[in-house]
Design a protein around this ligand. Structure first.
Ligand SMILES: *Cc1c(COP(=O)(O)O)cnc(C)c1O
Length: 395
């Protein structure tokens, strides 16, 4: 049995998303900037996709800028707000300690340029409170960038409350909503979000395409110079097949959001209940405010990498954290940020589900994981030391 449980890294494309893009590769392949009919048909499809996405997100079509994905949208949002802030002498930014690297590395770059960044503590409940944002605000704060939902541990942050605080203080609010869009209800207007990043491949759309919502009136600067595409904010011939497909995938996710969330969260809860039975284990992430598909655990006395390889041999595709951390020996910055010590953070497992998973697959995972954990612990010198009392259990 092959079980794909790594949907936070990427998802399979839906049939709807695949079919939506085909005409724009086969026949309507024009450049939207061309004046002839094939170009204009592509242009119409591009604008229809923009309208569809704007309607789902609760904004105006002209507030949507298509990008190459979530990372680009994060970079553009943060660098734009920083540039605007710097012009007014405001060089303080608020974020959380467990953001995606697309946000954290952009902020590190700004720190080297003289910006000051406050990283909100996420150890309590593996989440933040809106009050923490309120308390961190300063007269020179030019941006609050707080993710909607965490990609490794699944916590969903209090976005509407943070939006209200930022709006009342006149500070621009960006959210990396890559894990949330298509999975939980979002309305940028109601939640008072000023900028939002999304990526198609996290909701069964294609890779290499995403969008930045930027509220009208906020200054957006471009990362890429060239033609006047995307109202001069993002040069380069538009990825029409990708964009049309992304809009179709988002529409499909929005149409089935409630039923999918119900199905997926029931499977998630069964996994959490089952894996909690493993001794010396701990759930990572907010147990209540949690993405429907996220299951994240630390198991004491094992190595996450070996766990993944053995699970793969049993047909289970999982992750030890984010796709970006796997392959490196450093434990995940997210697990360290929530207070897991190095040894414990090394023994992590993330299973991320989608509506394409089945109850039989959950049964298979519930057999495979405890078996592999037991096997690895039996071979582990660290586990022997824990059992003989030479070392103390942390979990
Ligand atoms: C996947 C992901 C990104 C990066 O999106 P890409 O489209 O792969 O560049 C950014 N933030 C979060 C939270 C993600 O999960």
């Amino acid at each position: 049995m092959q079980v794909y449980a790594d949907n936070a890294a990427t998802t399979k494309m839906s049939k709807t998303a695949i079919n939506a893009m085909l005409p724009y590769m086969e026949s309507i392949y024009g450049n939207p900037s061309s004046l002839h009919s094939v170009g204009q048909q592509a242009k119409e499809a591009l604008e229809a996709a923009r309208e569809k996405m704007a309607a789902i997100l609760g904004c105006e079509p002209r507030e949507i800028y298509f990008t190459s994905g979530g990372s680009e949208a994060d970079n553009q949002a943060i660098l734009s707000a920083a540039r605007t802030g710097a012009r007014k002498g405001k060089k303080h930014i608020i974020t959380t300690a467990f953001e995606h690297h697309a946000v954290l590395h952009t902020l590190k770059k700004l720190e080297r340029e003289g910006f000051e960044v406050t990283y909100l503590d996420v150890r309590t409940n593996h989440n933040i409170t809106a009050q923490q944002v309120q308390d961190a605000l300063r007269p020179d704060t030019c941006l609050v960038t707080v993710m909607y939902a965490n990609n490794e541990i699944g916590s969903i942050l209090p976005i509407a409350e943070i939006g209200a605080i930022c709006r009342a203080s006149g500070v621009p609010f960006h959210t990396d909503a890559v894990q949330a869009v298509g999975h939980v209800p979002i309305n940028v207007h109601e939640q008072q979000i000023d900028m939002l990043s999304l990526s198609a491949h996290k909701f069964h759309g294609p890779k290499g395409v995403g969008a930045l919502y930027c509220r009208r009136g906020l200054l957006l600067s471009s990362l890429i110079e060239g033609g006047a595409q995307e109202r001069g904010k993002r040069a380069g011939t538009e990825n029409v097949p990708g964009i049309v497909s992304m809009a179709a995938a988002l529409q499909e996710s929005a149409d089935h959001m409630e039923e999918n969330a119900k199905k997926v969260s029931a499977m998630r809860d069964r996994l959490i209940a089952g894996l909690s039975q493993i001794p010396h284990s701990a759930l990572n992430g907010d147990p209540v405010h949690r993405l429907p598909g996220n299951v994240s655990f630390c198991f004491e006395g094992i190595e996450g990498e070996s766990l993944l390889l053995l699970l793969d041999a049993k047909g289970v595709c999982a992750s030890s954290g984010s796709a970006c951390t796997s392959g490196s020996l450093d434990p995940s910055h997210v697990l360290l940020a929530i207070g897991r010590v190095h040894d414990v953070a090394h023994g992590s497992l993330r299973l991320s589900l989608s509506e394409y998973n089945t109850e039989e697959e959950i049964d298979h995972i519930l057999c495979a994981v405890p078996e592999v954990v037991r096997y690895l612990r039996n071979m582990s010198p660290v586990w022997r030391d824990l059992q003989t009392g030479k070392r103390e259990y942390i979990l």
